[in-house]
Design a protein around this ligand. Structure first.
Ligand code: TRP
Length: 331
């Protein structure tokens, strides 16, 4: 048994699918960094999940490296947390197969993300797309994680993970920790800069989002162009979704609440808010972009990080997998 002084364990992963936006940062990565103080964190770059949609090998390789570098640049600290590449730990694929055999087709075909993605990729509705949540369950259950920080789009997959864990525990005796979702206190949804009623997404027009590695010029230009309204007043209210979104972003990169930020700008013009926001974003993102660039230049260091992560993750993962194999009756 674990000793009671241990910090609760957290697992999460992010797909290496191009550059994250400031929305991904505020909604996920920033909390990953913060959680390192309170939890024993295990974070992965989910490259196996990425191939459920067609990937060009050279691009997948580059994106996976970039995501590793970016996580380090954002403040994932390998002294505190385990950081690894999902495909480097074979136990993920193996446990996914074993769990497949206790997961029902009906459960998987009901997942809304599967339905959405099959609509979007009609010529490539592969078995992996359907099986995606089982691999995700394997990711989480291998590490006996108590908490999983996930956004709304993944909460259905987490619920399925809990069902699979309970089903296994009931069929073979208690084996897996049944994980819970972890909703961070702060960091709501960041909306599109061009249509503040829609979530910010990197699949949108480039003016609608700010990428974590955007240049200072791009940041300034995109904030200047951000859609506001014609009320001419700075208040944090539902009637002003554009202004409220800018205040949300402003607050997320500072240490005041959006309401406090609104009070700071009371009686001032939209231009002033936009200038202050652009300045704050440039100040916050420049060091991340620079550190990311430095890590990317140092491939040997990234390799070492991944090797260490693989070793530390494997120790935990293969212990769980051995238990599962034994309980299922493999010799
Ligand atoms: N499917 C998640 C996403 O696209 C990434 C992911 C893979 C994940 N495995 C996970 C998230 C395990 C949490 C836990 O966002």
């Amino acid at each position: 048994m674990e000793t009671t002084t241990k910090k609760p364990r957290v697992f999460s992963a992010v797909q290496p699918s191009g550059m994250p936006t400031i929305g991904n940062y505020i909604g996920a990565l920033k909390n990953w960094v913060k959680m390192q103080e309170q939890f024993e964190c295990i974070y992965a770059v989910a490259d196996l999940h990425a191939i459920t949609v067609r990937q060009e090998p050279a691009k997948l390789r580059a994106n996976s490296m970039q995501m590793m570098a970016l996580l380090l640049a954002c403040g994932i600290d390998t002294e505190k947390s385990i950081l690894f590449m999902q495909s480097h730990v074979g136990a993920h694929s193996e446990l996914a197969w074993l769990l497949n055999c206790i997961t029902y087709l009906g459960e998987l075909s009901r997942m809304t993300q599967f339905k959405d993605k099959s609509q979007k990729h009609q010529t490539n509705i592969n078995a992996g797309l359907l099986d995606y949540p089982v691999l995700m369950a394997a990711d989480i259950l291998l590490y006996q994680a108590e908490f999983v920080p996930v956004g709304k789009d993944q909460s259905q997959h987490l619920e399925l993970t809990r069902n699979i864990a309970e089903r296994f525990n009931n069929a073979y005796s208690p084996t897996f920790v049944v994980p819970e979702g972890y909703i961070p206190e702060s960091g709501g949804r960041v909306m599109s800069l061009q249509d503040p009623t829609k979530k910010m997404s990197k699949s949108d027009d480039a003016n609608a989002y700010i990428g974590l590695l955007d240049s200072n010029d791009e940041i300034v230009r995109k904030i200047k162009r951000a859609v506001t309204d014609s009320l001419g007043e700075i208040r944090y209210s539902e009637e002003q979704p554009g202004i409220s979104n800018l205040l949300d972003i402003y607050a997320a990169f500072g240490d005041e609440t959006p309401q406090e930020a609104a009070a700071q700008f009371e009686g001032k013009g939209y231009g002033e808010l936009k200038n202050a926001l652009a300045e704050r974003l440039v100040e916050s993102l420049t060091p991340i972009r620079e550190r990311c660039g430095q890590y990317l230049k140092d491939k040997a260091y990234l390799q070492e990080v991944m090797k260490n992560g693989e070793e530390a993750a494997s120790k935990i993962a293969y212990r769980t997998l051995a238990k599962v194999r034994r309980k299922m009756g493999f010799i």
